[in-house]
Design a protein around this ligand. Structure first.
Ligand SMILES: CC(C)(COP(=O)(O)OP(=O)(O)OC[C@H]1O[C@@H](n2cnc3c(N)ncnc32)[C@H](O)[C@@H]1OP(=O)(O)O)[C@@H](O)C(=O)NCCC(=O)NCCS
Length: 189
């Protein structure tokens, strides 16, 4: 099994059409909503627009099983936010954790970023566990608007204990997590 971590190229992106689909409505937002080549082209172009917003992939035998990006980079405060997705056909096999470790090592060594943040929903226990494994720690919790507003009824019906409607918007409790460069590099010497 050959695992490789590298920058995502344009031709890699078309392989996302082979990714599985999340059946749980709380994760519909992570399903690629594209079918055609031009839709994937647009997605790739959009990802590249931000200066130095690098998109990396973890490849299993040359197939992208995960992608990972930086967003909301603040060079002045030396912080950035991380976003990750794993092929739904390959969840829970350690691939997300591997991609996170590779990416943090790359970013902390290459860019003047001292703190990496992320935001994860409390209900997303698999993601939380993966983030904790690479060293992210909880900073704060706050109720915020959920990214996906398209399936309110479906989500509320099945997960009313995890969501609430505030002024008509579906909201849930999020955890802000962070990791310091010095702590990550020390733990991974
Ligand atoms: C979050 C994500 C990137 C993690 O990658 P992954 O490859 O699935 O995760 P890993 O296998 O590396 O680690 C998952 C850990 O959670 C555990 N886990 C899996 N399902 C779980 C569940 N339902 N509840 C609690 N823990 C769970 C696993 O056992 C593993 O921990 P362990 O190694 O101690 O046993 C991936 O699941 C994903 O893309 N999910 C959908 C999109 C998403 O949630 N993105 C993040 C948004 S903040």
């Amino acid at each position: 099994m050959i695992l490789e971590f590298r920058k995502l190229s344009k031709k890699d992106v078309y392989q996302f059409s082979k990714w599985g689909r999340h059946e749980d409505p709380r994760f519909y937002q992570y399903n690629f909503p594209f079918d055609t080549k031009s839709e994937f082209d647009d997605w790739y172009s959009m990802k590249q627009k931000w200066v130095l917003r690098k998109v990396y992939g973890l490849f299993l035998e040359n197939y992208p099983v995960a992608f990972i990006t930086l967003k909301n980079i603040n060079w002045f405060k030396k912080r950035a936010e991380l976003g990750i997705g794993v092929d739904p056909n390959h969840l829970g096999k350690g691939l997300g954790t591997t991609a996170l470790n590779e990416y943090l090592e790359y970013v902390f060594n290459k860019f003047p970023i001292e703190t990496m943040f992320l935001r994860v929903a409390v209900f997303n226990e698999r993601a939380r566990r993966s983030y904790e494994k690479v060293g992210f720690r909880e900073v704060e919790r706050r109720v915020e608007v959920f990214e996906e507003q398209g399936y309110k009824d479906l989500i509320l019906q099945d997960y009313q204990d995890q969501f609430q409607l505030i002024q008509g918007e579906l909201c849930t409790m999020f955890i802000i997590m962070s990791i310091q460069k010095k702590d990550f590099l020390k733990a991974n010497k």
